[in-house]
Design a protein around this ligand. Structure first.
Ligand code: ADP
Length: 401
């Protein structure tokens, strides 16, 4: 049983090919600079050397064709024939209110994905392009769409509505959708296995903190609130995104700095967050380094970053009326010993006790890092969105492993 997972961006594409019998990755890679004469295909077959190929790849159909070709290449390939491919899973960022689970792609599904273009103008159009291209080349292979928003469709109205005039929701579907759903779902399912307790009995907070960052309250296995909102700008402080601010700052700044809508949006999305505060970098490694070197702005950025996470954990613990487990995942969550330590230090009022040795250990990535007496269990669980997409593809396409 072989499943290809595709994540299509506007000028790039990432892929992973899974053998689902044992959930191993047979090959992974990507195409960058789609639309250019010098697009780059990178292919990493399992157990073999990485291959890079420069080619003219002007659109997504050609990119997928090249990926399929290299998958069956006599030298670098991992398949005898493309007929071995049983299904394709596509990452789709926005499923609006239509999708609360992954789905088999049909004409209606494609129409609904198009219907969400306005909500995710940078992501959904290339996601759909990838679907159309894959259908074009492999019309008989089942294709499944897996949405970043789907996991959060269980949120109650009290979480997902904004206190705005009701008409905005009715007319334009202005509401909280939440993102990183595939990741929050994956780590919560792993947690269930690691703790040996059904998710239905747990109150969990998962912190997906990478370049983009979101935090989710998961009660009885269901997302009940999440920090990203109608777009991925709300919530935590991120690499270059502001997260929560007073919305009045937007018109104020536009007037004072004579900014257009595009410019203010770019300020909030690309020039804020860790980068905006520190003036140094959006990368937590560089922020930590600069902080150790005595840079005050880096220290402030770090402290604000931690404070925002701690505030959300407190809020979501209150929202769930308790907390059993806290999960750290994604680039910062999986790798920064210091971020985890600082967050947990501020949570001792909840009975969080970190085991410094376990927190600092790097030999095993997936692990519990709280002490034996900690009332709240704390875990590092590396996320694996691609595997989650592949699993959903098997489930939805009703394939037998
Ligand atoms: P994305 O949201 O783009 O998927 P990732 O989840 O890959 O991002 O996270 C990338 C971020 O992880 C980097 O910008 C960096 O700040 C952070 N990171 C990676 N390794 C470390 C580390 N060892 N210590 C601190 N931060 C790290």
């Amino acid at each position: 049983m072989k499943v290809l997972v595709i994540n299509c961006g506007s000028s790039s594409l990432k892929y992973q090919l899974f053998e689902m019998k044992n959930e191993t990755v047979l090959a992974k890679g990507g195409v960058e600079r789609i639309g250019m004469e010098t697009a780059i295909l990178t292919h990493r077959p399992h157990g073999k050397e990485e291959v890079k190929k420069v080619a003219e790849i002007l659109e997504h159909t050609e990119a997928i064709r090249q990926v399929l070709q290299i998958l069956v290449d006599p030298k670098y390939g991992v398949l005898q024939s493309i007929k071995e491919l049983n299904a394709i899973g596509h990452r789709v960022v926005h499923g609006g209110e239509t999708f609360s689970d992954s789905v088999l792609i049909t004409d209606d599904v494609k129409q609904a994905i198009r219907g969400c273009f306005e909500l995710a103008p940078l992501h959904n159009p290339p996601n759909l392009k990838g679907i159309l291209a894959a259908e074009d080349i492999l019309p008989n292979v089942p294709q499944v769409a897996v949405f970043d928003t789907a996991f959060h469709q269980t949120m109650p109205k009290t979480s997902y509505l904004y206190a705005l005039p009701k008409a905005l929701y009715r007319r334009h579907k202005v509401r909280r959708y939440g993102f990183h759903g595939t990741s929050h779902k994956y780590v919560s399912e792993r947690l269930q296995e690691l703790m040996g307790v059904p998710l239905e009995e747990l109150k969990v907070i998962s912190c997906h903190i990478g370049n983009g960052a979101s935090i989710t309250a998961i009660k009885n296995g269901k997302s009940m609130d999440t920090s990203m909102g109608m777009t991925p700008l709300e919530g935590l402080i991120m690499g270059t995104r502001s997260g929560d601010i007073d919305p009045a700052i937007v018109p104020f700044t536009m007037a004072k700095e004579d900014l257009t809508i595009g410019e203010v949006s770019s300020m909030l999305n690309k020039h804020s967050g860790l980068y905006g505060i520190s003036g140094i970098s959006s990368d937590m490694r560089e922020i930590e380094q600069a902080m150790f070197d005595g840079n005050e702005r880096a220290k402030l950025a770090f402290d604000m970053y931690i404070y925002r996470i701690v505030k959300y954990v407190g809020a979501y613990t209150a929202a769930m009326n308790g907390l059993d487990a806290l999960i750290f995942t994604a680039g910062v969550g999986e790798n920064s010993v210091l971020v985890r330590k600082k967050v947990c230090e501020s949570l001792n009022y909840l009975g969080v006790e970190l085991d410094d040795e376990k927190n600092g250990a790097h030999d095993k990535k997936e692990r519990m890092i709280s002490g034996d007496n900690s009332k709240v269990k704390v875990f590092v669980i590396p996320t694996n969105e691609e595997l989650m997409i592949a699993r959903d593809t098997v489930r939805i396409a009703k394939l037998k492993k």
